[in-house]
Design a protein around this ligand. Structure first.
Ligand SMILES: C[S@@+](CC[C@H](N)C(=O)[O-])C[C@H]1O[C@@H](n2cnc3c(N)ncnc32)[C@H](O)[C@@H]1O
Length: 198
């Protein structure tokens, strides 16, 4: 089953406008891991569940080619409109059936997206398309964090955020379970690759 919650042109445009990109520091951690495991060259990176492409574009300068994939046609359309890098292409497809041949991908990323996939099927598919010693990077952020507002009332604002998330919790999709950290921790434990980092 695929969760089609990210459809519609307006939704996709808001993604492009407001979503925060992963930091360069986080991308560098992933690249360092890939270099340690596989070495260079870095040929093909695939960003699965790429949305409007904020994370995908960060990979462009490090790889010969980068492909962003997403189930939502509107997200892919917005990503295409904003892609300036010559070596990026986008494909509409599900994460569980990727249009790449066996052992062809150096790096596969899923940025704030893995939790929406059929996780066991996606992990199998990632295994099929990754090169030996290729790398799968499952990135996500969590709301279990303290926010810091310089020169402002951090404590009160954090309390308001906590209250807000507690109020939303009953409406959380059952597919995600209670906690994203737990979901990712379980996936991490289930992956049998000898070299992995949390
Ligand atoms: C929370 S968004 C993250 C988008 C982007 N990676 C980012 O960080 O801004 C999740 C994305 O995953 C896509 N998605 C969800 N389930 C999918 C599936 N089974 N196959 C492919 N894409 C999927 C959605 O369409 C959506 O664009």
């Amino acid at each position: 089953m695929t969760y089609r919650l990210f459809e519609g042109k307006e939704h996709a445009s808001s993604y492009w406008k407001y979503r925060i990109s992963p930091s360069d520091q986080l991308i560098q951690l992933v690249l360092d891991f890939l270099e340690k495991q596989k070495g260079r060259p870095f040929e093909l990176a695939v960003d699965v569940g790429c949305g409007s492409g904020q994370g995908t574009v960060l990979l462009a300068k490090h790889f010969t080619s980068v492909v962003g994939t997403d189930v939502s046609p509107a997200q892919v359309e917005v990503a295409l409109q904003n892609a300036k890098e010559q070596n990026i292409t986008y494909r509409q497809c599900v994460a569980e059936e990727l249009p790449f041949s066996d052992s062809s991908v150096d790096l596969m990323t899923a940025m704030s997206a893995f939790h929406w996939f059929d996780r066991p099927r996606f992990l199998q598919e990632a295994h099929r398309v990754l090169k030996p010693s290729g790398c799968l990077a499952l990135l996500n952020y969590t709301i279990d964090m303290e926010l810091s507002y310089p020169d402002c009332c951090s404590h009160s604002l954090n309390e308001i955020c906590k209250e807000f998330y507690v109020a939303l919790q009953p409406y959380r999709s059952p597919h995600l379970g209670r906690s994203s950290i737990e979901l990712y921790r379980e996936a991490y434990e289930s992956i049998s690759y000898p070299d992995k980092e949390w």
